[in-house]
Design a protein around this ligand. Structure first.
Ligand code: TUI
Length: 316
């Protein structure tokens, strides 16, 4: 049994959090992960107040277990999302793509646990000072909006620089990744890409097939010059972004190209003009399973590996 401070902090059976994938992570996915013993997450992304409120209420009907709301801070309406979270009695807020500095004290005054995703040591330290209950250190292997550091180098440096628990994200897709994250000093993991092919994940068939067929080198990073690099599966849209980078295009041109592109992939299944966000571990994700099967399998593998390595040391 892998039992850490994260199980205690979040009142969950396995120290695993589902990525707050904007435009993807809804009540069905969040409830399935929570019912399987992990922490399910609704991804507020750029969604409307009505959608967010509705998904929170739906999740409550589908599970009695804890779940979280992910607030994406590039959203100019982030304050509204936080207000909905407080009104709806959300217990855990995970933030991404920016600093929750402006909101953290009001969220904490309502007893909400706040767990920011961070891409570097200095931002982790800043979040700890602001009162974060834990941090999710996310390496650039992850899908979607990413920082500069990779998971292998980021996790131990963050672990050494803060006293709050560190959850590892980016490049983790199975029990080996979980075991490695624990070895680096993390006490929990966050997975996104693997959950894209969960039976309970409501994305287009074409998106799921892209993940299932991906290989190690199938992703690339677009948008670096805009200050918002995003890891996606290579396609026509990604190559078009690459072309804009080469010609030093204006921010408006990136914006025009990116507008509505996630929804084109997620809802319409447009695999050429859509933004197929995914992490580098997509090459390892080869089968569709329920969230319960996935989580059980991941932790069975992690425990097996850790036990095998210990007995190997004893033998020598
Ligand atoms: O947020 C993510 N991943 C995301 S958000 C997203 S939606 C989107 N769509 C189109 C363009 C851009 C985004 C898709 N994927 N991961 C967590 C994450 N947080 N990665 C990096 C950061 C981050 C960056 C800077 C966190 C804090 C931060 O702080 C800056 C500061 O000034 O403190």
């Amino acid at each position: 049994m892998i039992y850490t401070v994260i199980n205690e902090l979040l009142n969950i059976d396995y120290p695993i959090i589902q990525g707050g994938m904007a435009g993807i992570a809804d009540a069905t996915l969040a409830a399935a992960v929570s019912n399987a013993g992990g922490l399910g997450v609704i991804g507020a992304g750029y969604a409307s107040e009505e959608w967010i409120r509705g998904e929170i209420r739906k999740t409550r009907l589908l599970t009695k277990k804890p779940f979280a709301l992910n607030i994406m801070l590039l959203n100019p309406e982030a304050e509204m999302v936080g207000k909905v979270a407080m009104e709806e009695g959300i217990e855990v807020i995970i933030t991404g793509a920016g600093s929750p500095g402006k909101y953290i004290s009001s969220w904490k005054s309502k007893g909400i646990k706040v767990i920011p995703v961070i891409p570097s040591v200095s931002i982790a330290q800043r979040m700890e000072k602001m009162g974060a209950d834990a941090v999710i250190a996310e390496g650039g292997e992850a899908g979607g909006h990413i920082g500069e550091m990779n998971t292998m180098a980021l996790i131990p440096q963050v672990v050494d620089s803060v006293t709050v628990p560190v959850i590892a994200a980016g490049g983790i897709g199975d029990g080996r990744g979980v075991a490695a994250a624990l070895m680096l000093g993390a006490t929990g993991v966050q997975l996104g890409t693997r959950f894209l092919v969960a039976l309970e994940c409501n994305i287009s068939r074409a998106y799921k097939e892209k993940i299932l067929q991906a290989k190690d080198t199938s992703t690339m990073v677009t948008g670096r010059p805009t200050g918002h690099p995003v890891r996606v599966i290579k396609n026509q849209l990604a190559r078009e972004f690459q072309r804009l980078e080469k010609i030093n295009a204006l921010p408006e041109e990136y914006e025009r190209l990116g507008k509505g592109s996630l929804s084109r992939a997620v809802r319409e299944g447009d695999m050429e003009k859509g933004s197929i966000m995914a992490g580098q571990i997509a090459g390892l994700v080869g089968k569709e399973q329920s969230c319960e099967e996935m989580i059980k399998e991941i932790f069975y593998e992690a425990e097996k590996i850790i036990t095998e390595k210990i007995s190997l040391l004893k033998e020598k």
